[in-house]
Design a protein around this ligand. Sequence first.
Ligand SMILES: O=P(O)(O)OC[C@@H](O)[C@@H](O)c1c[nH]c2ccccc12
Length: 264
Amino acid sequence: MGKKKIDEVIRGVLDQGSKAFVPYIMAGDGGLEKLADQISFLENSGATVVELGIPFSDPVADGPTIQEAGIRALANGTTLEAVLDTLKGSRDSRSIPIVLMTYFNLIFVYGVERFAEECNAAGVDGVIIPDLPLEEEDMAVPALSKHDIALIRLAAPTSPRSRLEQIAKRTEGFLYAVTVKGTTGARSEYEEGVAGYLEELKALSSAPVLAGFGVSTPGQVQELGKHCDGVIVGSKIVQSLADGKLDDIKELISAAKNTGIKMS
Ligand SMILES: O=P(O)(O)OC[C@@H](O)[C@@H](O)c1c[nH]c2ccccc12
C-alpha cells in the first residue's frame, strides 16, 4: 500500500504493453453516496489509478467543467472529512490506488498531520496539491512521508529545465506532466513541442510520466501515450459521468490499453 503501490501498479500496466489511464472525478458530484460505485465502475472499466478531487471554493487551476462539478459537490454538502470517511468505509471494496487532488488551503485548515493520518486510514495512496510549490513543500512532506502517502509533483511547460529536474527527481508515484499553459478543460489541439517536452521529462524522471490537461478524445490518448507512460483525463470524464455517458469513458480507457508502444 501507499507510495510504492502507485508506481508498481503503473509499471504493471506498462509491462503488459499498455499505457496507464488515470480518470479524475469530483468527489460528491452526484452525492457522496455514489462515490464507491463510481470508483468501482472506473476500476472495472480498466482504469489504472483514480484521481479524486475534493471540492473547493477557489479552484484556481480549474476550468469551467470542473469548477461546475465542484459547485454541485459543495451544494451537496461535500467536505474533506466526509470524503475521507466515505473512502475509509469503502476501502475493502476496491484495490485500485486512490490519489486525492486538493488545494493546500483545505489541507492546512484541516491540519496537515491529521490529513495525512486520515488519508492513510482511508486507503489513499497519494496526493496532488497544485498550489504547493517546491519551495513550500516542507509544510507537507514530513507528515505525508510518515504516513506513506506519495506526493505527486506537477511539471509545467513553462518551468525552466533546472526546475523540471528538481520536480522529476522529487516526485513520488508518478510525474504529472501538465501539457498546456492554463487551466483544466478539453482542448482540440496541442501546442507544438508537447512530444519533445514529454520525452524530456521521461529522460529526467525515474518515476512514470503521465500527461494531463486537455485530453478528451481516444485519439489524443493514443497520440500523447506514444511519448510518455499514460494520461490523466478530468473534464471529459466529469462531463461524461454527469451525462450518464459511461461508454465514452470506456472508450477512452480502451484507447490507453491499446496504445501498445513500450517506452520505458
Ligand atoms: O480536466 P482536464 O483538462 O482533463 O485536466 C485534468 C484534470 O482535470 C485533473 O487532473 C485536475 C483537476 N483539477 C486539477 C488541478 C490541478 C491539477 C490537475 C487537476
